[in-house]
Design a protein around this ligand. Structure first.
Ligand code: IVH
Length: 705
């Protein structure tokens, strides 16, 4: 809150008056002081760029207050001293609006917007299509009346016909000019309409102060703003960080004439008179431009300083507005394009600690299901131990849940006003809930981790990840079955999945032959169709998501090459930094991970990049002349058989036409000749890899070697 709000002290009549100094001089001084104070108030509160210090402001303020006390007859209802609420109202008096304050029709989609705009166009053909669009503010609608440039009255919207007189509270809002700024001429009568709001930052501060003082905690900025305006104790209204933003008008008797036919120009005129208007308004030339604006505000919704819940779209031409008129409830020239509510309140039943595939312990809020932004939310992220402590979220609390765009819902914080008196702060467990081992939190890191390689939860998560969309995308396995397979010990690593047999599956209750066969064929298909990219991503290397996996698969021809990559070459890749590079190196350094890769290879998974030929289903050996030399780990005849099955042509000797010489141990003369002729000499391992591009027999070969 600004210092200038604190000026609550009231001066006693000063000695000066006893000496009877000319009242006329005092009157002029009072006018000058009032003008100065109005200007500095505007610079400080509305423009956010003060020119004098709080002390200087207070000194001027006190001088004026002293003079007003000495000359109560010269006290002006638009004096800056009216910003101070020392008085108490007895009740609210109602008053009729000179023109009805309508609500707005709500729409939620581009389709509805088009229909609304078409209706406008039908009623008023030929009017240029120009719309003034601005955020829809979530606060309390007010009408403030000025007569000849001075604030005389302020009303709530009430039922639209009659509102409550809230002049005293409104006078304490610093962004409401008590006198219009500038020289005039001012309208004889001006009714501005707008919203009293509390900005998000001010709201957080306000609640902190309220809590420190043991007072009511507000559920949201709108409630706090509405409550502040409808306060009989004016000092309370004054102590709340309200702002007022103008977006339309009621009755205006312009003097000398209407400044323009455009809503937009009128708003500009209002700002020259010292009003704030909603941020980021835009004039849009057509329906599509409006749609673009709506999406852009929707995307940036969280970054606005105040809560907004949509966009208001208004026909910019005032004559057209008048011609379009109103339905029984709302204008035909304006509409509210609402965003789905992205926040909701619900009960936090308990906090569950989820063990991630890398062992990170993530607290998750288990919620009473609630509709947020069009989706039912029953779990939400609580990030980590520090975040829970910072927000002081406790089990049993009523909490605010938020969904921003497509991101995972999160718990914003507790509704302190609804906290049970017996609740206790949450204590983060220092033991992994899944395996019972001690968890660790490295200094400087936010997360607790379970480092137990055999933690069943870590295993389950890594297998879930392996089959997920981000991994091999094996659809149809069902997470319940995966959990059973892991819990039973049948599947310990992702490679175990591919060795499951129908008999293994039969052991499970409710697993029939059809389902078991389906699973086996799904897994077999996944094994055959796995690509280098999907495998890298499926491994679940920390900090290597699908995007990085794609990049790595582009850069490296096969998994072995990636496994041997050093820091320097990894860092030379775009988008790979120290953190990702170290994580990749650590992963392939682990003997457990290396043996997992070896098993994948043995199982015939594709650890090499696909080539164009692969797309046609052909082996890279197809049509190649091949010859073997030296002793191999499998019988020469078997190797030849496999090569032929892959489409290779057996050669009888080394010639220029030879594509591959597969050299085993003690190769002899053929090797020499191949070198001389520049023929590709490959090892048995490389041969095996070439074979792996084909499915069946290659796997078999790998199994045997
Ligand atoms: S214009 C005749 N502009 O939304 C048109 N209203 O749901 C008058 N509101 O009662 C309203 N932000 O309190 C307009 N930028 C904005 C607004 C806005 C919030 C409120 C207003 C109105 C309610 C209708």
């Amino acid at each position: 809150m600004s210092h200038r709000n604190k000026t609550l002290h009231t001066n006693q009549p000063s000695l000066l008056s006893l000496h009877g100094v000319a009242a006329d001089g005092d009157r002029r001084r009072m006018e000058r002081l009032a003008a100065k104070l109005h200007r500095h108030n505007y610079l400080y509160h509305t423009l956010d760029s003060p020119e004098i210090s709080d002390d200087q402001y207070d000194a001027l303020f006190r001088e004026l207050e002293g003079l007003e006390n000495r000359h109560p007859e010269l006290r002006d209802p638009s004096s800056p001293t009216m910003r101070v609420g020392g008085d108490m109202l007895e009740g609210f008096v109602k008053k009729e609006h000179s023109r009805r304050m309508y609500g707005l029709e709500n729409i939620f989609s581009d389709g509805e917007w088009r229909a609304f705009a078409e209706r406008m166009a039908r009623v008023l053909p030929g009017v240029p299509i120009s719309f003034w669009c601005e955020p829809k503010l979530d606060g309390l609608a007010l009408e403030i009346v000025y007569e000849n440039g001075r604030l005389t009255n302020a009303l709530t919207r009430g039922d639209g016909v009659r509102g409550e007189i809230v002049t005293r509270a409104v006078q304490t809002i610093h962004t409401v000019p008590l006198r219009l700024r500038g020289k005039g001429p001012f309208p004889a009568l001006l009714e501005v309409r707008g919203e009293a709001i509390i900005c998000k930052k001010d709201f957080t501060e306000l609640n902190k102060r309220q809590e420190a003082q043991g007072r009511k905690i507000f559920a949201n900025p709108r409630n706090a703003a509405a409550g502040a305006v409808r306060q009989l104790d004016v000092a309370v209204a004054q102590s709340r960080p309200l702002r007022f933003l103008v977006y339309s008008m009621g009755n205006v008797v312009w003097a000398p004439a209407t400044p323009s036919d455009c809503h937009h120009d009128v708003l500009r005129r209002f700002s020259t008179w010292g009003f704030l208007t909603p941020p980021d308004g835009r004039l849009c030339a057509g329906l599509a431009e409006v749609e673009e604006y709506v999406s852009s505000v929707r995307l940036r919704r969280q970054s606005f300083p105040m809560e907004i819940d949509g966009v208001v779209i208004k026909q910019n031409n005032l004559k057209a507005q008048k011609a379009l008129g109103y339905t029984a409830r709302a204008p035909r020239f304006a509409v509210a394009f609402k965003f789905p509510a992205n926040k909701a309140e619900t009960r936090l039943e308990r906090i569950e600690i989820q063990v991630g595939r890398t062992g990170t312990l993530t607290p998750v809020a288990v919620l009473e299901p609630v509709l947020v932004g069009g989706a039912v939310v029953s779990r939400a992220s609580l990030h980590n131990e520090d975040e829970i402590a910072r927000r002081d979220v406790r089990e049993g609390d009523t909490v605010i849940v938020q969904r921003a765009g497509d991101v995972i819902p999160e718990v914003v914080g507790p509704v302190l006003a609804r906290r049970q008196p017996d609740s206790t702060p949450y204590v983060f467990p220092h033991v992994c809930q899944a395996c019972g081992e001690k968890a660790h939190r490295e200094s400087g890191k936010a997360a607790w981790r379970c480092d137990n390689l055999f933690c069943p939860a870590v295993r389950l998560r890594s297998i879930e990840h392996f089959v997920s969309k981000a991994g091999l995308d094996i659809q149809g396995l069902g997470s319940k079955w995966i959990a059973q397979l892991v819990e039973s010990g049948c599947v310990k690593t992702p490679a175990d999945l591919f060795e499951l047999t129908i008999e293994d599956l039969f052991r499970f209750e409710r697993m029939g032959e059809t389902l078991a066969k389906k699973f086996i064929s799904l897994l077999d298909k996944a094994r055959r169709e796995a690509t280098l990219r999907s495998l890298i991503s499926a491994l679940g290397i920390r900090h290597v998501g699908e995007q990085t996996a794609y990049l790595l698969a582009e850069r490296y021809a096969d998994m072995d090459e990636l496994a041997c990559a050093d820091m320097e070459t990894l860092l030379s890749l775009p988008d790979i930094g120290q953190k990702v590079a170290s994580s990749i190196i650590n992963f392939f350094d682990s003997p457990a991970n290396r043996s997992l890769l070896a098993r994948f290879r043995a199982l015939g998974l594709r650890l090499r990049k696909k080539t164009a030929k692969d797309e046609t289903g052909q082996s890279p050996l197809h049509g190649k002349n091949i010859l073997f030399t030296g002793s191999l780990s499998l019988p020469r005849s078997r190797a030849q058989q496999l090569a032929e099955a892959a489409g290779a042509l057996p050669a009888s000797g080394v010639s220029k036409k030879l594509d591959y010489l597969v050299a085993g141990e003690n190769p002899g003369g053929k090797l020499q000749k191949a070198h001389e002729l520049g023929v590709a000499v490959i090892s048995e391992v490389e041969f095996a890899r070439l074979l792996q591009f084909d499915d069946g027999q290659q796997a078999e070969l790998a199994r045997r070697t």
